[in-house]
Design a protein around this ligand. Structure first.
Ligand SMILES: [Zn+2]
Length: 408
């Protein structure tokens, strides 16, 4: 396949996770009677621009429009993160009631609500109908479309150029990363700022976070690859911060390459140098990942098999994409993990794609009195443990598989 950014032929393998169904294709009762489509799940690295990318799969568009069930507003950690982001941006860039803020992939408006409540004009862009409706219910204005140069042109023509754009956890999910990025260069006011948050490839590699790989996640990004993509598409990076979200993310600040005047912060060359030092711009950093992912899978399976042999009850928490990658890579089925609890009512009563583990309301865990709860979104382990503190008092232990098996 050719690189999604630079077009060069991509062949350096990072990991081959076998095959998996689309990670958001939750199964309703009727769909359990039918077949599921499984696709190869493999990540390759471009040796031209160092963009790590999921290999294209045939006919993906036929299957990847599954009903979207992720609502960011369900996570307390994410809400707090969003509120702090808005506070920090308002302070740093002096946003006022005369400013205009646009969020791309606004989801249910969990972040934009904090802009709106300050009386700052804002607009959400969100192509998914169910989440866009939830954002409108908060009183937010939403354009229900995919973002790119075309939409940015129309917004600017309508006088909606942005002083600040936010794009959190979306850059890695867009198939056409060039058009998407160029859209921000178009949409920004001359001295506007675009911020992007995405999981950091460096952390994925260091902590063997292979479960963050799924088909809807097209790119695995570093500052090295993002800087190149931005430069090609009219944006210039001027600052970068490390965040604890999603197992370790970067927040990148960019301005228009043609009109931006902010000086480049020392954090930018520093992070580029660090990425180079760990081998991100050579083959070194990518070798050995497959073997480490397999070791995690084997440890996890050994734990589940031992628990079953000892007659223990094992359930899971968090019916999200991450969990599906791990469960399907490991071949786990309901005889090893009886059910998975999730707060999102849209998922309850359905089954996970592939593993077909039933999704239940969190309250059902109390009556099950499980010996172990496997926390699939390991990045919010502390939050989930606090939420399930009653179970801990009854003797339940909590398990995460990544970066190494932890039972506590
Ligand atoms: Zn490339």
């Amino acid at each position: 396949m050719n690189c999604r950014h630079c077009g060069r032929s991509v062949s350096l393998p990072l990991v081959d996770l076998g095959t998996a169904p689309p990670s958001n294709a939750y199964l309703s009762a009727e769909r359990l009677q039918g077949p599921e489509a499984w696709f190869p799940l493999k990540v390759l690295v471009c040796e031209g621009c160092w963009l790590a990318q999921t290999e294209d799969v045939a006919d993906a568009s036929l299957y990847f429009d599954a009903e979207y069930a992720y609502f960011s507003g369900y996570s307390r950690t994410w809400l707090d993160h969003s509120r702090r982001y808005v506070e920090a941006m308002v302070d740093r860039f002096g946003l006022s009631r005369r400013s205009h803020v646009v969020e791309v992939a606004a989801n249910d408006g969990a972040l934009l609500q904090f802009v709106h409540e300050r009386g700052i004009s804002c607009l959400g862009i969100e192509p998914t109908a169910s989440t866009a409706a939830a954002a409108r219910a908060r009183g937010l204005q939403v354009v229900e479309e995919f973002f790119g140069v075309g939409l940015a042109d129309r917004l600017v023509a309508a006088g909606r150029a942005a002083d600040l754009t936010a794009a959190n956890n979306v850059l890695a999910h867009v198939p056409n990363i060039n058009d998407f990025t160029a859209g921000f260069a178009t949409l920004l006011a001359p001295d506007g700022v675009a911020t992007f948050e995405f999981p950091h490839l460096l952390r994925l590699l260091e902590e063997t976070q292979f479960d963050t790989i799924y088909h809807e996640h097209f790119s695995y990004l570093s500052l090295t690859s993002v800087s190149r993509i931005f430069t090609t598409n009219g944006l210039a990076v001027f600052d970068v911060e490390e965040l604890p979200t999603h197992g370790g993310s970067l927040r990148v600040f960019a301005q228009r390459a043609d009109t931006g005047v902010r000086p480049v912060h020392v954090s930018v060359p520093r992070m580029l140098a660090r990425e180079k030092a760990v081998g991100l711009t050579s083959r070194a950093a990518y070798e050995g990942f497959q073997r480490r992912a397999e070791r995690i899978k084997h440890e996890f399976l050994e734990f589940l098999l031992a628990a079953r042999r000892d007659g223990k009850t094992v359930v899971a928490y968090g019916a999200a994409a991450k969990g599906n990658t791990l469960l399907n890579f490991a071949g786990v089925r309901p005889e090893l993990i009886a059910c998975v609890a999730d707060r999102n009512p849209a998922k309850q009563g359905k089954r996970l794609p592939g593993s077909r583990i039933p999704i239940v309301d969190e309250r059902e865990l109390e009556s099950l009195r499980p010996d172990y709860v496997v926390i699939l979104p390991w990045n919010i382990r502390a939050e989930v443990e606090a939420q399930l503190a009653d179970l801990r008092r009854q003797g339940t232990r909590f398990v995460t598989a990544i970066p190494r098996l932890k039972v506590a």
